[in-house]
Design a protein around this ligand. Structure first.
Ligand code: GUN
Length: 299
């Protein structure tokens, strides 16, 4: 096995997220000192998905750190689609709310499309509404979905250029893979890459990945990308957050990514760890979008 650990750099999303949150806290402080109200983010959490509870908890804690207001709207697992849409409409109509999210995934009886369509695009800080997705695809200023936005912030702060590089995105979800492939291919900063969007029907994924200067792994399969699939000195962004059994932990599990970190990290130039890579930046990006919604409202 060829190794070059001397040049490999860990992309420390946790530390960068703290820095970004400090910067945003300073901005919020200035608004408060000028006599303005604090920005306000709301999150709707449906049911008892343990991972979703953890993620929403991280988002609310980040609001506290940045000095913005947050509201958690809990809904029972068996809430009807109509009742959930009523909760969304109430947030749309509430002038004290700048932006809100509905934590995904939703219970199976609820159609996520209808839910996303019900959100006022001006308050859609997840950037999932078709109006915002469309703007993003056209390069018009709007909310960028938090995970891809967090990845762009990571590339920016680590001065990783994308122009002219070959990027392979693995996974075509509406939340990560599809928007990420659009952002990397736009004629804009942290775009101008040549992008291949791969998915479950892709033939010979390995040969695609072996050509990649940048890999974005967003499949949701633990340690799926192994070192034999990765080119020497590639840049690896691991979006996966997979729980695996670990009896040595109090919780009984630990988190691993979609990439076999231990082996791939010996071969690549940059890599995000799991946990502590993309996850914390997703939270920072959501708060950035909330500040943007607040500023838009004041303008
Ligand atoms: N579930 C996983 N990622 C996300 C996200 O970015 N936003 C929401 N609302 N739910 C998610």
């Amino acid at each position: 096995m060829l190794t070059n650990p001397s040049t490999m750099q860990i992309l420390d999303g946790k530390t960068l997220s703290v820095t970004l949150q400090r910067e945003m806290a300073e901005e919020v402080d200035q608004w408060l000192e000028a006599g303005k109200r604090a920005p306000h983010l709301a999150a709707i959490l449906v049911g008892n998905n343990p991972a979703s509870k953890v993620y929403v908890g991280h988002k609310i804690k980040a609001c506290e750190r940045v000095g913005i207001q947050s509201s958690l709207v809990d809904a029972e697992e068996d809430i009807t689609q109509e009742a959930l849409i009523e909760k969304i409409q109430a947030l749309n109509a509430d002038p004290s709310i700048d932006g809100f999210i509905i934590q995904l995934p939703l219970p199976r009886h609820i159609d996520p499309e209808q839910v996303i369509l019900a959100v006022d695009p001006d308050k859609d800080v997840d950037g999932f509404h078709p109006a915002n997705m469309g703007k993003m695809a056209l390069g018009i200023d709007t909310f960028i979905p938090a995970t891809p936005y967090g990845i762009l912030l990571m590339l920016e702060r680590y001065r990783i250029t994308t122009s002219g590089k070959k990027a392979v995105v693995v996974g075509r979800s509406n939340i990560v893979g599809t928007p990420m492939s659009i952002l990397l291919s736009r004629n804009a900063p942290f775009g101008n890459a040549t992008v291949t969007l791969t998915h479950s029907r892709t033939k010979d994924l390995r040969s695609q990945l072996l050509q990649a200067d940048i890999i974005i792994a967003a499949i949701g399969r633990e340690r799926f990308i192994t070192e034999d699939m990765v080119k020497e000195d590639a840049i690896i962004i691991d979006v996966g957050i997979n729980r695996i059994v670990d009896e040595t932990r109090k919780s009984g599990y630990r988190l691993v990514g979609d990439v076999d970190f231990e082996n791939v990290s010996e071969k690549c130039s940059f890599i995000t760890p799991v946990p502590g890579g993309v996850g914390p930046l997703t939270v920072a990006a959501l708060i950035k979008n909330t500040l943007k919604a607040y500023k838009n409202k004041l303008d």
